[in-house]
Write a new protein. Structure first.
Length: 79
């Protein structure tokens, strides 16, 4: 399975929901959280879109809102 990045920021209830979805899907060891507030470039890129899930193997991104079936399809797509 590919490594994932979860772009988020603190005190974001949507980010919390995305993280619960990832944990429920058994992906707790597969993703790393990236705080966009720590990087002006990431903040500009993702500020109005977070949470965003990114696959590091092919660079594709999944923007919120997404559900379990959309997450599964995103993970199953070819690199």
């Amino acid at each position: 399975m590919s490594r994932l990045l979860l772009y988020y920021t603190e005190h974001c209830h949507l980010c919390d929901e995305a993280e619960v979805l990832l944990q429920t899907a058994g992906l707790g060891d597969v993703y790393a959280k990236v705080e966009i507030a720590d990087d002006p470039g990431l903040l500009e890129l993702y500020e109005i879109y977070i949470p965003v899930l990114k696959r590091t193997d092919n660079g594709t991104e999944l923007y919120w809102p997404f559900e379990a079936r959309q997450l599964a399809a995103f993970l199953e797509s070819a690199p």
